[in-house]
Unconditional design. Sequence first.
Length: 105
Amino acid sequence: MAEHDYAAASGYLSIRFGESRAEEVSKKLQKLPVIQRRANDILRATQRVPLPLSDPGVLRDLQKVLAGEKLSPVLIADGDIADGYHRVSLAYALDPYADVPLKLG
């Protein structure tokens, strides 16, 4: 898991919860184990609509996968995707029932 993923999660969460709460949640996410959940379940639980394959972030992740790179786990905090929305959307486009690695906090 790349450090920039936690920074991205913290940046997003700071908009929702404020800086101090976002940093606290981000630190907790770092300590959690990686688990698996289906792409469709992640989107339903977070009430998100998958982004289309034409989305620039989804396309960038698709290029990484085609190049053989592993994608970072999705970070879920307080029922929302804190980081990894593009990755979940890509997984859903390829196979809605695909298991997606994530940290759930």
